[in-house]
Design a protein around this ligand. Structure first.
Ligand code: SAM
Ligand code: SF4
Length: 338
Protein backbone atom coordinates (compact mmCIF):
# COMPACT_ATOMS: atom_id res chain seq x y z
CA UNK A 1 0.00 0.00 0.00
CA UNK A 2 1.33 3.45 -0.91
CA UNK A 3 1.53 5.82 2.04
CA UNK A 4 -0.28 9.13 1.89
CA UNK A 5 1.71 12.34 1.37
CA UNK A 6 -1.08 14.57 2.69
CA UNK A 7 -0.30 16.85 5.61
CA UNK A 8 -0.01 14.74 8.69
CA UNK A 9 -2.67 15.65 11.18
CA UNK A 10 -2.94 12.63 13.46
CA UNK A 11 -0.83 11.17 16.26
CA UNK A 12 -0.33 7.97 14.24
CA UNK A 13 3.25 7.60 13.06
CA UNK A 14 3.70 8.37 9.38
CA UNK A 15 3.86 5.22 7.24
CA UNK A 16 6.43 4.49 4.58
CA UNK A 17 5.69 3.06 1.12
CA UNK A 18 5.56 -0.44 2.60
CA UNK A 19 3.07 0.49 5.30
CA UNK A 20 5.64 0.43 8.10
CA UNK A 21 5.04 3.00 10.83
CA UNK A 22 8.11 5.16 11.46
CA UNK A 23 8.18 6.19 15.11
CA UNK A 24 11.91 6.08 15.88
CA UNK A 25 14.70 8.51 14.97
CA UNK A 26 18.37 7.72 15.61
CA UNK A 27 20.54 10.82 15.66
CA UNK A 28 24.30 10.78 15.31
CA UNK A 29 25.17 13.99 17.13
CA UNK A 30 28.91 13.91 16.40
CA UNK A 31 31.27 11.85 14.27
CA UNK A 32 34.11 12.39 16.76
CA UNK A 33 35.06 9.65 19.16
CA UNK A 34 37.45 9.18 22.07
CA UNK A 35 38.02 5.55 21.02
CA UNK A 36 38.79 3.86 17.73
CA UNK A 37 37.21 0.44 17.91
CA UNK A 38 38.76 -1.93 15.43
CA UNK A 39 35.45 -2.77 13.76
CA UNK A 40 34.26 0.83 13.49
CA UNK A 41 37.08 3.32 12.87
CA UNK A 42 40.53 3.09 11.31
CA UNK A 43 43.55 3.88 13.46
CA UNK A 44 44.28 6.92 11.30
CA UNK A 45 43.16 8.52 8.10
CA UNK A 46 39.46 9.02 8.82
CA UNK A 47 38.49 12.53 7.82
CA UNK A 48 36.15 14.09 10.38
CA UNK A 49 33.52 16.71 9.63
CA UNK A 50 34.39 20.36 10.27
CA UNK A 51 32.52 21.88 13.18
CA UNK A 52 30.51 23.98 10.71
CA UNK A 53 29.24 20.85 8.96
CA UNK A 54 27.77 19.39 12.15
CA UNK A 55 24.16 20.14 13.02
CA UNK A 56 23.73 22.66 15.83
CA UNK A 57 21.43 21.95 18.76
CA UNK A 58 18.78 24.32 17.38
CA UNK A 59 18.89 22.55 14.00
CA UNK A 60 18.58 19.13 15.63
CA UNK A 61 15.63 20.32 17.72
CA UNK A 62 13.87 21.72 14.66
CA UNK A 63 14.19 18.38 12.89
CA UNK A 64 13.07 16.49 15.99
CA UNK A 65 9.96 18.70 16.24
CA UNK A 66 9.05 17.86 12.66
CA UNK A 67 9.67 14.15 13.21
CA UNK A 68 7.58 14.34 16.37
CA UNK A 69 4.71 15.91 14.40
CA UNK A 70 4.90 12.86 12.12
CA UNK A 71 4.60 10.45 15.03
CA UNK A 72 8.20 9.88 16.11
CA UNK A 73 8.09 9.14 19.84
CA UNK A 74 11.47 7.49 20.33
CA UNK A 75 14.87 9.11 19.79
CA UNK A 76 18.31 7.62 20.32
CA UNK A 77 21.44 9.78 20.52
CA UNK A 78 24.51 8.12 19.13
CA UNK A 79 27.68 9.03 17.23
CA UNK A 80 30.72 8.92 17.25
CA UNK A 81 30.63 9.30 20.99
CA UNK A 82 27.58 11.36 21.99
CA UNK A 83 29.03 12.33 25.37
CA UNK A 84 31.78 14.30 23.61
CA UNK A 85 29.23 16.87 22.63
CA UNK A 86 29.55 19.83 24.99
CA UNK A 87 25.91 20.88 24.71
CA UNK A 88 24.65 17.40 25.54
CA UNK A 89 22.59 18.50 28.55
CA UNK A 90 20.82 21.25 26.64
CA UNK A 91 20.28 18.85 23.73
CA UNK A 92 18.70 16.20 25.94
CA UNK A 93 16.37 18.60 27.74
CA UNK A 94 15.28 20.23 24.46
CA UNK A 95 14.61 16.91 22.73
CA UNK A 96 12.65 15.62 25.70
CA UNK A 97 10.37 18.62 25.61
CA UNK A 98 9.82 18.34 21.84
CA UNK A 99 7.26 15.55 22.20
CA UNK A 100 9.67 12.63 22.61
CA UNK A 101 8.55 10.00 25.12
CA UNK A 102 11.52 7.66 25.04
CA UNK A 103 14.99 9.20 24.82
CA UNK A 104 17.96 6.86 24.89
CA UNK A 105 21.66 6.96 24.12
CA UNK A 106 24.30 4.54 22.88
CA UNK A 107 27.67 5.31 24.45
CA UNK A 108 31.05 3.70 24.88
CA UNK A 109 30.81 4.53 28.60
CA UNK A 110 34.21 6.22 28.87
CA UNK A 111 32.64 9.48 30.07
CA UNK A 112 29.37 8.34 31.55
CA UNK A 113 30.48 7.82 35.15
CA UNK A 114 29.99 11.10 36.98
CA UNK A 115 27.24 12.20 34.57
CA UNK A 116 24.61 9.47 34.69
CA UNK A 117 22.48 11.09 37.42
CA UNK A 118 22.46 14.47 35.69
CA UNK A 119 21.61 12.92 32.32
CA UNK A 120 18.68 11.08 33.89
CA UNK A 121 17.46 14.20 35.66
CA UNK A 122 17.68 16.16 32.42
CA UNK A 123 15.45 13.72 30.54
CA UNK A 124 17.50 10.78 29.28
CA UNK A 125 15.54 7.56 29.87
CA UNK A 126 17.93 4.72 29.02
CA UNK A 127 21.43 3.86 27.88
CA UNK A 128 23.08 1.17 25.84
CA UNK A 129 26.74 0.79 26.71
CA UNK A 130 29.12 -0.83 24.24
CA UNK A 131 31.44 -3.43 25.71
CA UNK A 132 32.96 -6.16 23.56
CA UNK A 133 35.20 -7.95 26.01
CA UNK A 134 35.49 -8.62 29.73
CA UNK A 135 39.29 -8.61 29.60
CA UNK A 136 40.94 -5.25 30.40
CA UNK A 137 43.94 -5.66 28.11
CA UNK A 138 41.80 -6.89 25.22
CA UNK A 139 39.42 -3.96 25.73
CA UNK A 140 42.37 -1.58 25.41
CA UNK A 141 43.42 -3.30 22.18
CA UNK A 142 39.94 -3.52 20.64
CA UNK A 143 39.14 0.11 21.37
CA UNK A 144 42.72 1.31 20.76
CA UNK A 145 43.15 2.87 24.18
CA UNK A 146 39.92 2.51 26.20
CA UNK A 147 39.77 1.82 29.94
CA UNK A 148 37.43 -1.05 30.85
CA UNK A 149 37.15 0.09 34.47
CA UNK A 150 35.39 3.26 33.35
CA UNK A 151 32.86 1.15 31.48
CA UNK A 152 32.02 -0.89 34.58
CA UNK A 153 31.74 2.30 36.63
CA UNK A 154 29.42 3.63 33.92
CA UNK A 155 27.26 0.50 34.03
CA UNK A 156 26.85 0.63 37.77
CA UNK A 157 26.24 4.38 37.86
CA UNK A 158 23.69 4.12 35.05
CA UNK A 159 21.87 1.40 36.98
CA UNK A 160 21.82 3.46 40.18
CA UNK A 161 20.63 6.54 38.28
CA UNK A 162 17.71 4.55 36.83
CA UNK A 163 18.83 4.75 33.19
CA UNK A 164 17.33 1.34 32.86
CA UNK A 165 17.22 -1.20 31.53
CA UNK A 166 20.94 -0.76 30.96
CA UNK A 167 21.80 -2.73 27.84
CA UNK A 168 25.27 -3.91 26.92
CA UNK A 169 26.08 -4.06 23.20
CA UNK A 170 28.61 -6.71 22.24
CA UNK A 171 29.89 -7.26 18.69
CA UNK A 172 31.54 -10.70 18.38
CA UNK A 173 34.48 -10.74 15.96
CA UNK A 174 36.02 -14.10 15.13
CA UNK A 175 39.54 -14.55 16.41
CA UNK A 176 39.29 -11.39 18.51
CA UNK A 177 36.56 -11.77 21.17
CA UNK A 178 34.27 -14.56 19.95
CA UNK A 179 35.63 -16.82 22.70
CA UNK A 180 33.79 -14.59 25.21
CA UNK A 181 30.24 -14.98 23.89
CA UNK A 182 29.29 -17.56 26.50
CA UNK A 183 30.88 -15.50 29.30
CA UNK A 184 28.74 -12.52 28.31
CA UNK A 185 25.65 -14.74 28.21
CA UNK A 186 26.51 -16.07 31.67
CA UNK A 187 26.43 -12.52 33.07
CA UNK A 188 22.64 -12.63 32.69
CA UNK A 189 22.32 -15.65 35.00
CA UNK A 190 22.60 -13.76 38.28
CA UNK A 191 22.28 -10.13 37.19
CA UNK A 192 19.32 -8.35 35.59
CA UNK A 193 21.36 -7.10 32.67
CA UNK A 194 20.48 -7.04 28.97
CA UNK A 195 23.21 -8.33 26.70
CA UNK A 196 22.73 -7.64 23.00
CA UNK A 197 24.83 -9.53 20.52
CA UNK A 198 25.17 -7.43 17.37
CA UNK A 199 26.37 -9.02 14.16
CA UNK A 200 29.60 -7.56 12.82
CA UNK A 201 28.41 -5.49 9.84
CA UNK A 202 30.35 -4.57 6.71
CA UNK A 203 29.91 -0.81 6.80
CA UNK A 204 32.36 1.85 5.61
CA UNK A 205 35.45 1.70 3.46
CA UNK A 206 37.73 1.65 6.51
CA UNK A 207 35.97 -1.33 8.08
CA UNK A 208 38.05 -4.34 9.02
CA UNK A 209 35.08 -6.57 8.14
CA UNK A 210 35.97 -9.87 6.47
CA UNK A 211 33.64 -12.79 5.77
CA UNK A 212 35.79 -14.93 8.10
CA UNK A 213 35.55 -12.46 10.98
CA UNK A 214 31.75 -12.48 10.95
CA UNK A 215 29.62 -14.80 13.14
CA UNK A 216 26.01 -15.48 12.17
CA UNK A 217 23.12 -15.46 14.63
CA UNK A 218 23.04 -19.28 14.61
CA UNK A 219 26.67 -19.50 15.54
CA UNK A 220 26.35 -16.92 18.33
CA UNK A 221 23.20 -18.66 19.62
CA UNK A 222 24.92 -22.02 19.68
CA UNK A 223 27.58 -20.58 21.99
CA UNK A 224 24.97 -18.91 24.18
CA UNK A 225 23.01 -22.17 24.39
CA UNK A 226 26.06 -23.84 25.95
CA UNK A 227 25.27 -21.77 29.07
CA UNK A 228 21.63 -22.89 29.37
CA UNK A 229 18.36 -23.43 27.53
CA UNK A 230 17.27 -20.34 25.59
CA UNK A 231 13.62 -19.37 25.85
CA UNK A 232 12.31 -16.92 23.26
CA UNK A 233 10.47 -13.87 24.60
CA UNK A 234 7.47 -12.32 22.84
CA UNK A 235 8.37 -9.87 20.07
CA UNK A 236 7.62 -6.32 21.20
CA UNK A 237 7.60 -3.16 19.11
CA UNK A 238 9.43 -2.66 15.84
CA UNK A 239 12.97 -3.00 17.15
CA UNK A 240 15.52 -5.25 15.47
CA UNK A 241 16.34 -7.25 18.58
CA UNK A 242 15.09 -10.82 18.93
CA UNK A 243 14.98 -11.42 22.67
CA UNK A 244 15.57 -14.51 24.77
CA UNK A 245 16.22 -15.48 28.35
CA UNK A 246 18.32 -18.39 29.54
CA UNK A 247 15.93 -20.53 31.57
CA UNK A 248 16.00 -19.32 35.18
CA UNK A 249 18.25 -16.34 34.40
CA UNK A 250 17.60 -12.83 35.67
CA UNK A 251 18.78 -10.90 32.64
CA UNK A 252 17.90 -11.00 28.97
CA UNK A 253 19.78 -11.69 25.77
CA UNK A 254 19.03 -9.98 22.45
CA UNK A 255 20.28 -10.78 18.98
CA UNK A 256 20.56 -8.08 16.35
CA UNK A 257 21.33 -9.89 13.14
CA UNK A 258 20.71 -7.81 10.02
CA UNK A 259 22.69 -10.19 7.84
CA UNK A 260 21.58 -13.64 8.96
CA UNK A 261 18.09 -12.72 10.19
CA UNK A 262 16.91 -9.69 8.22
CA UNK A 263 14.42 -7.60 10.20
CA UNK A 264 13.64 -5.02 7.51
CA UNK A 265 9.98 -6.05 7.35
CA UNK A 266 9.40 -4.49 10.77
CA UNK A 267 11.81 -1.55 10.43
CA UNK A 268 10.45 1.49 12.27
CA UNK A 269 13.33 3.94 12.04
CA UNK A 270 14.97 6.81 10.25
CA UNK A 271 18.51 8.07 10.86
CA UNK A 272 19.88 11.60 11.03
CA UNK A 273 23.62 11.82 10.43
CA UNK A 274 25.92 14.23 12.26
CA UNK A 275 26.16 16.39 9.11
CA UNK A 276 22.42 16.67 8.71
CA UNK A 277 21.30 13.99 6.29
CA UNK A 278 18.15 12.00 6.81
CA UNK A 279 19.13 8.45 6.01
CA UNK A 280 16.30 6.01 5.33
CA UNK A 281 18.42 2.85 5.67
CA UNK A 282 21.65 2.12 7.54
CA UNK A 283 22.93 0.09 4.62
CA UNK A 284 22.25 2.56 1.82
CA UNK A 285 23.95 5.83 0.94
CA UNK A 286 20.65 7.29 -0.28
CA UNK A 287 19.84 10.29 1.89
CA UNK A 288 17.98 13.57 2.05
CA UNK A 289 20.16 16.60 2.81
CA UNK A 290 17.83 18.36 5.23
CA UNK A 291 20.63 20.58 6.62
CA UNK A 292 21.22 22.24 3.23
CA UNK A 293 17.54 23.28 3.11
CA UNK A 294 17.48 24.27 6.75
CA UNK A 295 20.46 26.58 6.24
CA UNK A 296 18.86 28.03 3.11
CA UNK A 297 15.93 29.32 5.10
CA UNK A 298 13.43 26.53 4.37
CA UNK A 299 10.01 26.89 5.98
CA UNK A 300 8.62 24.22 8.33
CA UNK A 301 6.36 23.11 5.51
CA UNK A 302 9.33 22.54 3.20
CA UNK A 303 11.17 20.64 5.92
CA UNK A 304 8.11 18.49 6.53
CA UNK A 305 8.07 17.68 2.85
CA UNK A 306 11.71 16.55 3.04
CA UNK A 307 10.93 14.45 6.11
CA UNK A 308 8.07 12.73 4.30
CA UNK A 309 10.25 12.14 1.24
CA UNK A 310 12.92 10.52 3.41
CA UNK A 311 10.37 8.18 5.01
CA UNK A 312 8.79 7.36 1.66
CA UNK A 313 12.16 6.50 0.16
CA UNK A 314 12.85 3.76 2.69
CA UNK A 315 13.66 0.62 0.72
CA UNK A 316 11.69 -2.58 1.33
CA UNK A 317 14.86 -4.19 2.63
CA UNK A 318 18.59 -3.60 2.76
CA UNK A 319 20.88 -4.68 -0.04
CA UNK A 320 23.46 -6.52 2.08
CA UNK A 321 22.59 -9.76 0.32
CA UNK A 322 23.59 -8.17 -3.00
CA UNK A 323 27.17 -7.51 -1.98
CA UNK A 324 29.54 -5.78 0.34
CA UNK A 325 29.11 -2.23 1.58
CA UNK A 326 32.81 -1.63 1.96
CA UNK A 327 33.05 0.48 -1.17
CA UNK A 328 34.80 3.89 -0.97
CA UNK A 329 31.59 5.95 -1.03
CA UNK A 330 30.10 4.24 2.03
CA UNK A 331 30.07 6.40 5.18
CA UNK A 332 31.75 5.00 8.28
CA UNK A 333 29.58 3.67 11.12
CA UNK A 334 30.78 6.52 13.34
CA UNK A 335 29.08 9.08 11.05
CA UNK A 336 25.83 7.16 10.75
CA UNK A 337 25.62 6.10 14.39
CA UNK A 338 25.07 2.35 14.01
N1 SAM B 1 30.29 5.47 20.42
C1 SAM B 1 29.08 4.88 20.86
C2 SAM B 1 29.26 3.43 21.20
O1 SAM B 1 30.24 2.83 20.77
O2 SAM B 1 28.42 2.89 21.88
C3 SAM B 1 27.94 5.05 19.88
C4 SAM B 1 28.24 4.94 18.42
S1 SAM B 1 28.60 3.29 17.85
C5 SAM B 1 28.82 3.56 16.12
C6 SAM B 1 27.02 2.52 17.99
C7 SAM B 1 27.05 1.01 18.01
O3 SAM B 1 27.49 0.55 16.75
C8 SAM B 1 28.00 0.43 19.06
O4 SAM B 1 27.30 -0.46 19.90
C9 SAM B 1 29.02 -0.32 18.24
O5 SAM B 1 29.45 -1.48 18.88
C10 SAM B 1 28.26 -0.61 16.96
N2 SAM B 1 29.11 -0.83 15.79
C11 SAM B 1 30.07 -0.02 15.29
N3 SAM B 1 30.62 -0.56 14.17
C12 SAM B 1 29.99 -1.75 13.97
C13 SAM B 1 30.09 -2.78 12.99
N4 SAM B 1 30.94 -2.71 11.98
N5 SAM B 1 29.25 -3.85 13.09
C14 SAM B 1 28.36 -3.93 14.10
N6 SAM B 1 28.21 -2.99 15.05
C15 SAM B 1 29.03 -1.91 14.99
FE1 SF4 C 1 33.77 5.17 18.82
FE2 SF4 C 1 31.52 3.82 19.21
FE3 SF4 C 1 32.86 3.59 16.91
FE4 SF4 C 1 33.91 2.56 19.12
S1 SF4 C 1 31.98 1.93 18.14
S2 SF4 C 1 34.99 3.82 17.60
S3 SF4 C 1 33.26 3.95 20.62
S4 SF4 C 1 31.88 5.38 17.63
Amino acid sequence: MKASTDMHMTDEPFRDSFNRQIDYLRISITDKCNLKCIYCMPEKGLKLFNQAEILTTDEIIRIVRIASKYGVRKVRLTGGEPLLREDIIHLISSIKTAGIQDLSMTTNGQRLAGMAGLLKKTGLDRVNISLDTLIAERYREMTRGGDIHRVWEAVSEAESAGLSPVKINMVPVRGVNDDEVSRFAALTLYKDVHIRFIEFMPVGKHSTWQPDAYLSKDEIMERVASVGKLVQLPFKGGGPSRNYRIEGAQGMIGFISPISDCFCGSCNRLRLTANGKLRPCLFSETSVDIKAHLRNGASDEELENLYRNAVLSKPARHALHEGSLLHPAMSPMSQIGG
